[in-house]
Design a protein around this ligand. Sequence first.
Ligand code: URA
Length: 192
Amino acid sequence: MNPKEYKEQLLQSLHKKFIDYPECPLAPLGRKQEVFGDGNPDASLVFIGEAPGAQEDALGKPFVGRAGKLLNKILDVLDIKRSEIFITNIVKCRPPGNRKPSPKEMKLCCPGLLEKQIKIIKPKIICTLGATALEGLLDLKQVKITKQRGKLMRYGNTPVIPTLHPAYVLRNPKALKDLTQDIQAALSYTDN
Ligand code: URA
């Protein structure tokens, strides 16, 4: 079994443990299913977003709505396939009305899962999308993402490039170049 197949198996058995996880505080609030993440289990680059939206909740895959389509376009421009990277979210369950998950929900929705996903995948770089993803990953409060974006941070030994959420860029098209530039910077860490 090659490393990719091995990691795939580990991720699958990890995800099984949380299917219909009843203790998640978001479980009784109307979400259809957990959205664990998608992509290459042996990826050098992992993207982390905030939470699944309506389309992600319906399909069980992250970033398949409008924000995901913009992310796909940027990856296309940078010549990266979605199948090369791994994408997940801070919380795996859709908060009602797409509201921002609370710090308690970030801790208790599939607790420890994101940390374990990162431990299995062992990416060379993590790129967080939006303030909530950075706050959740590094346990920070009220990040100003327009100030923090593009500045190298660390999650344990793994470098982190925080950037804007693609949904923000849909509302502020001028920020497209910042998002693209940060993803390009993240990609430079994947070179050997
Ligand atoms: N926004 C996110 O933060 N994550 C998704 O999966 C989709 C939209």
